[in-house]
Design a protein around this ligand. Structure first.
Ligand SMILES: N[C@@H](CCC[C@H](N)C(=O)O)C(=O)O
Length: 276
């Protein structure tokens, strides 16, 4: 079958986006792994599949797959690219778009100038929501990675994150400790690992080792998780600019019971077709 796709990115976190509204399309794990390969396929961090909604009150459903073929609950950069995709393809003309995801309903707002604000929903710090094997506590949780003890804040923003505050961002630490914690036995569904350097109460530098992918240029849910972890621990204020390798995201969280708002860009790179 000949598959039409659009290659997009949000701050260098890259996606293949497929219209499964106009025509049904299904992918198996092997197909996703092959398409995601940067030598043997198209290459992407996540595959986004745009489908009709199951609930008639919603505008679309969209499914998200990591490059290793695993289906995930939520993707911040992907949500912004999804909004640009459905507008560019004229699948909708709405600028406030309600979408079903595995995480639940989310709302996307396309701003003048093309930036997109995503209502990412409420975060949870409860270990069982990631899941993370630990007794609840108010402070930081200790996790051993190799011989070294790390102190993490567990955060679910629909998908699971472990946020580590560091003094410096070191390539080898992001790669090696990221990989160890991603697959740590205390995270039975694995975890995204964020390394956050606090620059000031309203600015962080962040690198994220993503579950099912490895380090990416940017991670939208990772930025949300890092900022809410920093606010909970008293290091950050409610509006923060997160500097990621691929650029900046603006994150706002006014506290318990309220949703996180994430604002950033979405870009189309090219369109193509490939045999599945
Ligand atoms: N890049 C994404 C997150 C994608 C899912 C993640 N790798 C997971 O497995 O939970 C983002 O921008 O949020």
């Amino acid at each position: 079958m000949l598959l039409k796709f659009t290659k997009m990115h949000g701050l260098g976190n890259d996606f293949v986006v497929v219209d499964a509204v106009s025509r049904k399309v299904f992918f198996n794990k092997q197909q996703i792994e092959r398409l995601s390969d940067r030598n043997w396929g198209i290459g992407f961090d996540q595959l986004l599949v745009v489908e009709p909604p199951m609930n008639p009150d919603m505008d679309f459903r969209y499914r998200i797959y990591n490059s290793d073929g695993s289906e995930v609950e939520h993707c911040g950069n992907g949500a912004r690219c999804f909004a640009k995709f459905v507008l560019d393809r004229e699948l909708t003309n709405k600028r406030i778009i309600n979408v079903e995801t595995k995480r639940g309903a989310i709302q996307l707002r396309v701003l003048d100038g093309g930036l997109v604000t995503v209502d990412m929903g409420e975060p949870s710090f409860a270990p069982e929501d990631l899941p993370f094997t630990a007794e609840p506590c108010d402070g930081l949780y200790s996790v051993m990675a190799g011989d070294t003890e790390y102190f993490i804040t567990p955060v679910s923003v629909g998908n699971p994150h472990a946020v580590i505050k560091v003094d410096q961002l070191i390539d080898s630490e992001v790669a090696n400790i990221g990989a160890l914690i991603e697959c740590h036995e205390r995270f039975p569904r694995k975890v995204n690992v964020g390394f956050m350097q606090v620059v000031s109460p309203d600015e962080i530098n962040l690198r994220v080792f993503e579950r099912g992918v490895g380090e990416t240029q940017a991670c939208g849910t990772g930025a949300c998780a890092a900022v809410v972890a920093g606010i909970k621990q008293g290091w950050l204020s409610p509006k923060v600019t997160a500097h990621l390798r691929g650029g900046d995201l603006h994150i706002e969280w006014q506290g318990e019971g309220l949703p996180i708002l994430m604002t950033g860009p979405a870009e189309k790179v090219f369109e193509g077709q490939i045999y599945l």
